[in-house]
Design a protein around this ligand. Structure first.
Ligand SMILES: [Zn+2]
Length: 204
């Protein structure tokens, strides 16, 4: 155990946990918090792109992501993928993580790179190949203009081992950023897999 206290509610992991949980399940949040997270792994099709995703973006996981990103609560970084670390490491062995970019301004405001840090627990190689040119924020942009996001990404391909990349993001919302990033990577001839931590309910 990294800590004896639940990273979310602060309760002691020992008191909260059954004997079995305590000895055999390693986690950074307590069982009662873990049970409230809508873990519902899903394979989503975005045109020709296959995206694997773990949680529906609602309820407690949504609160946690808001606290982590908007309120810069960096200490929460292991919460999201912790129970799946070994499984994901096996599944993506040999892949190099390529994070979907946040704007530089958001990262600076936050003081850390939320997506890189979230997926850093997998201990895979990582290369940053994308940057967002300016504060092009999808939330504030008219739906019709979202395809323009492609023009706001700066892409610099890097040679990676096995030519395999794992494009990652925290939330699959519209999928436009992923489509744009994917098209750049595909044009460079990478073998690409896509993983996001959460997905919007509309993909259910
Ligand atoms: Zn808890």
């Amino acid at each position: 155990m990294i800590d004896c206290y639940c990273l979310w509610c602060g309760k002691s992991l020992r008191r909260e946990s059954s004997l079995k949980h305590m000895f055999y399940v390693d986690d950074v949040i307590c069982k009662s918090c873990r049970d409230k997270i809508s873990y519902r792994p899903k394979r989503i099709k975005l045109d020709d792109i296959t995206v694997d995703s773990l949680f529906v973006y609602e309820g407690l996981i949504r609160e946690m992501i808001i606290q982590y990103k908007e309120l810069s609560d960096e200490a929460l970084f292991p919460v999201f993928l912790y129970p799946f670390i070994e499984e994901l490491r096996r599944k993506y062995r040999g892949y190099t993580i390529v994070p979907v970019p946040s704007s530089t301004a958001n990262n600076q405001k936050r003081g850390f790179k939320a997506v890189n840090k979230m997926f850093g627990v997998l201990n895979l190689r990582e290369e940053e190949m994308f940057m967002k040119k300016d504060d092009f924020d999808q939330k504030e942009v008219d739906f019709k203009r979202r395809h323009e996001i492609r023009n706001h990404l700066v892409y610099e391909p890097v040679r990676v081992k096995n030519n395999k990349v794992l494009l990652v993001d925290d939330i699959l919302t519209t999928g436009e950023t992923i489509k744009a990033a994917y098209s750049f990577l595909a044009a460079s001839g990478y073998k690409i897999k896509v993983l996001t931590t959460c997905y919007n309910r509309r993909f259910l």
